[in-house]
Write a protein that binds this ligand. Structure first.
Ligand SMILES: [Zn+2]
Length: 181
C-alpha cells in the first residue's frame, strides 16, 4: 500500500471501531508497508469491551458497612485478641477466623508525610497528607488520606476522627480523617 492507501485504511478502522489512529499506525505499519511475509498470519484490528464485576470477598462487610451505615469495622481474633483494620478474615499469627467489631472511628496518626508532588489525577488536591492511622481499639495501621485546611496541623501523635462522605460507594474513599479540634 502507498501512503495514501495506508492513511485511508487507518481512518476507516478508526471510524469503524473508535480505535485511536496512533495505535493503528503503530500496530499495523509493518503489515501495511508490505514488510510481513505473504504467508505470515494476517492480523486485523478489533475492539473488545468487557463489563464485569468483582468481589471484595471476605472483606465485603467492611465496605458494605461504610456505604450503608457510615461505620468502620475491624476484625478481631478471638485467640490472641488482636484487632485488624484493615480487616482480615483470619489472624496472621493464629490462623483463626476473626469476627467483626464496630470501631469508634477515632484514632491517632502513627506516621505521616506531606505530598507536594503527585500524578495528574490528584494534582488539584496538593498539598495533601498521607498518613498511617491506628484506629482506637485496633493493633494495626490503616493507610489513609487526611483532609485538612492546614497541613501543618498534622503530625505524628495527632488525634483524628473519620468523616464520612455524603455520597458513598462502598469504597475505602467513602471516608477520610480530619484532626479532632
Ligand atoms: Zn490471633
Amino acid at each position: 500500500m502507498d501512503e495514501k492507501e495506508r492513511e485511508a485504511w487507518y481512518q476507516f478502522h478508526h471510524r469503524k471501531y473508535g480505535i485511536p489512529s496512533d495505535h493503528l499506525r503503530r500496530e499495523f505499519e509493518a503489515e501495511l508497508s508490505g514488510q510481513n511475509p505473504v504467508d505470515a498470519p494476517l492480523e486485523v484490528p478489533d475492539k473488545m469491551e468487557i463489563l464485569f464485576k468483582y468481589s471484595y470477598g471476605q472483606q465485603s462487610r467492611f465496605f458494605r458497612e461504610l456505604r450503608e451505615n457510615k461505620a468502620i469495622y475491624g476484625a478481631r481474633c478471638n485467640e490472641c485478641g488482636k484487632v485488624y483494620c484493615p480487616p482480615r478474615s483470619h489472624c496472621n499469627d493464629c490462623y483463626q477466623p476473626t469476627e467483626w467489631v464496630r470501631l469508634e472511628g477515632t484514632g491517632v496518626i502513627r506516621a505521616c508525610t506531606v505530598q507536594h508532588y503527585t500524578t495528574s489525577a490528584f494534582i488539584k488536591k496538593l498539598p495533601f497528607i498521607c498518613a498511617y492511622v491506628q484506629l482506637d481499639g485496633t493493633d494495626f495501621l490503616l493507610m489513609t488520606n487526611m483532609e485538612v485546611e492546614d497541613v501543618r496541623k498534622i503530625a505524628v501523635g495527632t488525634r483524628v476522627k473519620a468523616v464520612f462522605r455524603e455520597e458513598r460507594h462502598g469504597s475505602i474513599t467513602d471516608f477520610y480523617f480530619k484532626p479532632i479540634e
